[in-house]
Design a protein around this ligand. Sequence first.
Ligand code: 6Z9
Ligand code: ZN
Length: 263
Amino acid sequence: AAKWTYSGPEGEHHWSKNYPYCGGAFQSPIDIKSDLLRFDPTLRPIEVHNYNLSPHEQLTLGNNGHSVQISLPSKMYISSLPHRYTAAQLHFHWGSSGRPAGSEHMVNSKQYAAEMHVVHYNSDKYPNISMAVDKSDGLAVLGVLFEVGEFNPAFEQFLKFINGIKYRDQKVQVPGFNIRALLPARLDEYYRYDGSLTTPPCYPSVLWTLFRNHLTISRKQFMSLATALYSSHAQDSAPVPLNGNYRKPQLVDNRVVLVSFKE
Ligand SMILES: NS(=O)(=O)c1c(F)c(F)c(S(=O)(=O)CCO)c(N[C@H]2CCCc3ccccc32)c1F
Ligand SMILES: [Zn+2]
């Protein structure tokens, strides 16, 4: 697979040369503006299952060169969508130490400090995520916005191990923790639209759910996330910091963003 980055000659404006869908329709993220919204009373609260993982089970925390990711057990799933969507991994997008604004989605042009994505695939129809990733009903991603504020104990459950994965392709095992604590209290208030992966190959295969309410992490936690990681391998002579790993908002075209709540 071709290399891609978030800046420079392999940055997002060049992705479509090797990944044609990146230049196509139904791309994510988007700037969720009030005039795009339509209240949909049929949108049910998101129901997650088995998100409260025991510390006795191990999760793989990894640096894949594009983000920090946690691989998730297949017992975690969402039940309230048209099909069962089984969890695969979660990862983050963030800004930099000089610019604490790195969310992918924006709300009325406000960019948040960071954004978490919990990636699920349609396990009713596909045996694994690789078979689902390029299908229009293949993926469902839960998005959570993060702002700098109060310390976040759940976030700390993996952040405290981040110095073990400073370089690309490094992985460590971490104790399971309650992933539900990384979601907002209200799972009934969210934005919903049809979009894509926000990284190459940018397949338009994602049913997006972005929760209305943001969570907080402390400034120290944000700085740790924003300064700990490199997108280069440990042995590379020139270390490349991993930050600002967010795609800019894409054209909405004539897509409608549904909302599950009234003002
Ligand atoms: N923002 S986003 O669109 O949700 C999003 C990312 F931003 C992101 F970086 C990743 S990645 O970390 O895998 C690095 C580049 O694919 C993914 N991976 C997904 C889709 C690709 C295949 C796959 C296979 C197993 C587990 C997860 C995934 C991703 F979906
Ligand atoms: Zn993502």
